[in-house]
Design a protein around this ligand. Structure first.
Ligand code: GDP
Ligand code: IMO
Ligand code: MG
Length: 425
């Protein structure tokens, strides 16, 4: 099957960017299918770090076309900045970057609405990255959104103004248009319109046809997910989720690829858990235990710089994510971060009034109490082989999930990757 999918199985930041970079050489096209610049995918190539928000993580493979699909929401300013950063690093992606005409644009006023909605929620705020993601998807569903392909039409500016005026009315209704926002807006508008002009020099395509033609020619395609299964709009811990389908279904609708074309599904998870923003996190750690892992793992948001919440691996949640996504291959990252601990804990179920369960309940509250199992820790002496206790940890996970862990990442750089398939990655 020519289309593989790679996505996150937790609350995002599993290391998807790194894994796409490592596996990327096998694919002719790497395509993002949902999310937007709320994503921050980190690649470390020859010791240099790159964080991508809009561009697929295949950019460092010169033979690889990077496509941003219709299911994505686009901030043209951020895209432009990313292109320039890459250019400065000697990577000219422009000739192999394809943008779907059907993708929705994030307008400056979408970001204002994001701020306003979060502010109105008070203590119940989602902890959004405030990149305008929710309001842009909201407009898409309400059938008033602005699509990238409209930049080719003469009434583009008028369409943007109409939608922006509507947003300003909404903001007034919320009674939240302080001067601070107006200042931001003038600056953002200027940047937005400058970036639209630059967008005109890039390649806009009907990406569903591009992909269908590539598949007809037998080309290999990788669909790259953003966020993670537990942030999915339908299956995540609603309302503390993002505004798109982060699971495999999102790859069908976000690229226009029919289900019978899909092959392997790589599910990426950390050897522990992290979460940025609000929402339930049953295995969360606090105090010095959390702080130590946060420091060792560098667990600060790649998009917002916020400290990530830290917890033990949650196997029932991971099993749920595997079920939803039809995962065929697991990829475990950051095994090195736990190195040196005497023992590690994993959640194997949750306590309920009726006993323990390995199912994620509809109501995921902070009161959900995990049932832990302790396993021996490991010391990662070199990055080429896995110590026996780490192998035992992996076998425990495999047996719980009924799926193989094909690759284990033991460092941020692309060279730190152990294959358990018998073939190099
Ligand atoms: P993504 O959003 O899923 O692509 O993940 P992020 O890039 O937001 O966060 C993952 C972080 O962990 C980044 O800083 C990566 O460079 C880093 N990383 C990825 N894999 C490993 C690993 O195996 N070990 C360590 N120590 N860091 C890793
Ligand atoms: P990558 O692709 C981690 C979280 C936010 C917030 C919630 C909603 O790097 O894994 P939004 O901005 O979508 O309105 O935020 O989702 N979130 C992420 N957390 N990694 C991400 O992306 C995320 N994208 C959104 O912190 O809790
Ligand atoms: Mg990230």
């Amino acid at each position: 099957m020519p289309v593989d999918v790679l996505l996150g199985l937790q609350w995002g930041d599993e290391g998807k960017g790194k894994i796409v970079d490592v596996l990327g050489h096998q694919y002719a096209i790497i395509a993002r299918f949902q999310g937007g610049p709320n994503a921050g995918h980190t690649l470390v190539v020859e010791g240099k770090k790159y964080v991508l928000h809009q561009i697929p993580s295949g950019i460092f493979h010169p033979g690889c076309v990077c496509l941003i699909g219709n299911g994505v929401v686009l901030n043209p300013v951020i895209l432009q900045q990313e292109i320039e950063t890459l250019l400065a690093a000697g990577v000219d992606i422009r000739s192999r970057l394809l943008l779907s005409r059907r993708m929705h644009l994030i307008l400056p006023t979408h970001r204002l609405l994001d701020k306003a909605y979060e502010q109105a929620k008070g203590e119940k705020k989602i902890g959004s990255t405030l990149r305008g993601i929710g309001p842009t998807y909201q407009d898409k569903m309400a059938r008033r959104g602005v699509r990238l392909g409209e930049i080719e039409s003469p009434d583009f500016a008028q369409r943007c103004t109409e939608v922006a005026n509507y947003h300003l009315e909404l903001l007034k209704l919320h009674n939240i248009l302080p001067g601070e926002y107006e200042t931001d807006l003038a600056e953002w508008n200027e940047l937005f319109w400058a970036s639209i002009e630059r967008l005109r020099t890039l390649t806009l395509v009907d990406s569903e046809y591009v992909l269908a033609e590539a598949l007809a020619e037998g080309k290999q395609v990788l669909a790259e997910g953003a966020q993670g299964a537990l942030l999915d709009i339908d299956f995540g811990s609603y309302p503390f989720v993002t505004s798109s389908n982060t699971t495999t279904g999102g790859a069908c609708s976000g690229l226009g690829i029919p289900p019978n074309h899909f092959g392997r599904v790589f599910g990426v998870f950390k050897a522990y858990c992290t979460r940025v923003g609000s929402g339930p996190f049953p295995t969360e750690l606090f105090g010095s235990e959390a702080e130590e892992l946060r420091q060792i793992g560098g667990e600060y948001g790649a998009t917002t710089g916020r400290p990530r919440r830290i917890g033990w691996l949650d196997l029932p949640a991971l099993k749920y994510a595997c079920m939803l996504n039809g995962v065929t291959d697991l990829v475990m990252t950051k095994a090195d971060v736990l190195s040196g601990l005497e023992a590690v804990q994993v959640s194997v179920g949750y306590q309920t009034e009726g006993g323990t369960t390995d199912r994620l309940p509809f109501r995921q509250t902070d009161a959900l109490k995990p049932v832990y199992q302790a396993l021996p820790g490991w010391v990662l002496a070199d990055t080429g082989t896995l110590p026996e206790t780490l192998e035992a940890y992996i076998r425990f996970i495999e047996s719980y999930l009924g799926l193989p862990v094909s690759y284990v990442s033991v460092g941020a750089d692309r060279k730190y990757m152990v294959s358990r398939t018998g073939q190099p990655a």
